[in-house]
Design a protein around this ligand. Structure first.
Ligand SMILES: Cc1cc2nc3c(=O)[nH]c(=O)nc-3n(C[C@H](O)[C@H](O)[C@H](O)COP(=O)(O)O)c2cc1C
Length: 214
């Protein structure tokens, strides 16, 4: 099968959507042809969008932005839709890997529905999707094997997603939080991620809590 691995993160450097695609790759690469696409820097070329119309499977991996889809990916989806109107020949299956910043992976349900509706508009089959909460945690987990410790739920969901892709099967979305207590995630996210990010951008901890207009 020809499988497109589409990274929808707007980040220019390493990103969690890319990490999740990398985790899926060894589970589906045997006997299949995988091609990689990114939408962060420049829009896909006409040729690349036409290639997507000839795939057997599209895997969309992206972060939740304001309960929805980042604009770069949204643009790609609308351009694809136009090309697809002219090229309906292929039976294409779509699988989704979402990740979000809040702890609860169930927050991804609206973005998942947006992709389901897009599939219906384009005449694509929606296969299955997963949604990982506390996505920024993945940056600190590169040495943790998939399926272990905080990545236990992710490991199980990835195995099921890979199985669905290989058999071009459909199933209910799997939305989950990490196997890590919520309070511990809040503390470690503040200390390990948000506070250093604020410092890097010339802000103090208290600036993060300031409301607009104060
Ligand atoms: C503009 C913007 C909007 C976001 N909106 C949400 C949101 O609505 N809900 C949420 O849980 N996380 C939200 N996030 C957090 C991202 O989903 C999270 O940081 C994710 O892990 C980034 O993944 P990436 O590294 O693949 O880009 C938002 C982040 C940004 C920058």
């Amino acid at each position: 099968m020809k499988i497109a691995m589409i990274n929808g993160s707007p980040k220019l450097g390493k990103n969690n959507s890319g990490r999740l695609l990398k985790a899926l790759e060894p589970l589906i690469q045997n006997g299949n042809e995988l091609s990689h696409y990114k939408v962060n820097k420049t829009p896909l070329t006409e040729e690349q969008v036409q290639e997507l119309c000839r795939m057997d499977v599209l895997v969309l991996s992206f972060p939740l932005y304001i309960d929805a889809i980042p604009s770069q990916l949204f643009r790609m989806l609308t351009v694809f839709e136009e090309y697809r109107k002219q090229d309906q020949e292929k039976d294409i299956y779509v699988y989704v890997i979402l990740n979000n910043g809040f702890y609860e992976g169930k927050q991804n349900h609206i973005a998942m529905d947006i992709i389901k509706n897009w599939c219906a508009r384009c005449g694509l089959h929606f296969g299955q999707g997963i949604g990982q909460g506390a996505g920024e945690m993945l940056d600190f987990m590169e040495k943790v094997p998939l399926g272990q410790g905080p990545l236990k739920n992710l490991g199980k969901a990835m195995d099921r997603l890979a199985q669905a892709i290989l058999t071009r099967d459909s199933g209910d979305p799997m939305l989950f939080s990490p196997n890590f207590p919520r309070f511990a995630w809040r503390i470690s996210a503040d200390r390990g991620f948000w506070h250093p990010q604020a410092k890097k951008n010339g802000l103090k901890k208290k600036d993060l809590l300031r409301r607009l207009g104060e």
